[in-house]
Design a protein around this ligand. Structure first.
Ligand code: NAP
Ligand code: GCO
Length: 262
């Protein structure tokens, strides 16, 4: 058998949440290039329209839906519409996410809850809506976008770290509960990636910029393209016996104590 065929996504329907731009866009674009039908959502029509145009610039006819992934009724309605208009979802990437960088003692409980809602409750809600179709089809791939903060803490990101730590365990639990239906649920833990979400940390002279370079053996920030190969692997038949795993794509951050100060 041609081993490369096992990495193909031909004939698969892939939903990537929050994928008008950023990491989600890159992953969804790579899925289209690997043969999948690309479906994505974002939080408003303007973002969805911009996303559809951006995919089209890469020759990909993407299906876009407006949906706030924290709204369970809206998610259920979106998944039903996708199944009617495009097909049952074979691959789900729970990518949509937010961060609030605030010292814990200054963080309002409502802001903490908002981060948990988007970054942890929403992957639960969307997975719950998509899994019945995967069971019907006899296979499925769920990929949760975790984080360095699934393993590490740092100042000002208490809500985000709590959410991403929980997302790591939700990943393992979905893998445990639905593995018998030939559904594999894994995570991708990106390192520090150049996207709008990290733009505030990369401003000229920001101390965090050099800090990340010193903590990354690859001595660079990651790009969204660095995530696409691992994402295709976890969405393809090539990973059918990989389940409950968090694949860290971090240039080696988690393995490294950090560069000795010169
Ligand atoms: P981003 O640039 O902020 O994009 C996030 C996307 O999710 C945006 O399109 C955003 O729409 C959408 N979104 C937010 N809340 C939503 C909701 N309630 N419903 C639907 N869509 C929603 O983030 P990113 O850097 O690409 O990160 C994507 C994922 O990777 C996130 O889960 C993030 O935590 C994770 N991650 C990022 C990094 C990194 O270094 N960048 C590293 C590790 C993990 P709006 O524009 O309306 O907010
Ligand atoms: C931060 C960053 C990180 C990245 C990512 C690292 O403020 O520390 O935003 O949290 O977004 O999650 O994996």
């Amino acid at each position: 058998m041609d081993i490369m065929k096992s990495f193909s996504l031909e004939g698969k329907v892939a939903l990537v949440t929050g994928a008008s731009y950023g990491i989600g866009f890159s992953i969804a674009k790579s899925y289209g290039e690997a043969g999948a039908t690309v479906v994505f959502n974002d939080i408003n029509q303007d973002l969805v329209n911009k996303g559809i145009e951006a995919y089209a610039e890469h020759g990909i006819k993407a299906y876009g839906y407006v949906c706030d992934v924290t709204d369970e009724d809206g998610v259920v309605a979106m998944v039903k519409k996708i199944e009617e208009e495009v097909g049952i979802i074979d691959i789900l990437v729970n990518n949509a996410g937010i961060i609030r960088r605030v010292p814990m003692l200054e963080m309002k409980a409502e802001d903490f809850r908002k981060v948990i809602d988007v970054d942890l409750n929403a992957p639960f809600i969307v997975s719950k809506a998509v899994i019945p179709g995967m069971i019907k089809k006899g296979h499925g791939k769920i990929i949760n976008i975790c984080s360095m903060m699934s393993e590490l803490g740092r100042e000002t990101v208490s809500a985000y770290a709590a959410a991403k730590g929980g997302l790591k365990m939700l990943t393992k639990n979905i893998a445990s509960e639905y593995g018998e239906y030939n559904i594999q649920c894994n995570g991708i833990g990106p390192g520090y990636i150049e996207t709008p979400q990290t733009a505030p940390l990369r401003t000229e002279g920001h101390p965090f910029n050099n800090f990340i370079i010193s903590k990354t053996p690859a001595a660079r920030w990651g790009t969204t393209d660095d995530l696409t190969g691992p994402a295709i692997f976890l969405a393809s038949d090539a990973s059918d016996f990989v389940n409950g795993h968090i694949l860290y794509v971090d240039g080696g951050i988690l393995a490294y104590i950090g560069k000795q100060p010169q």
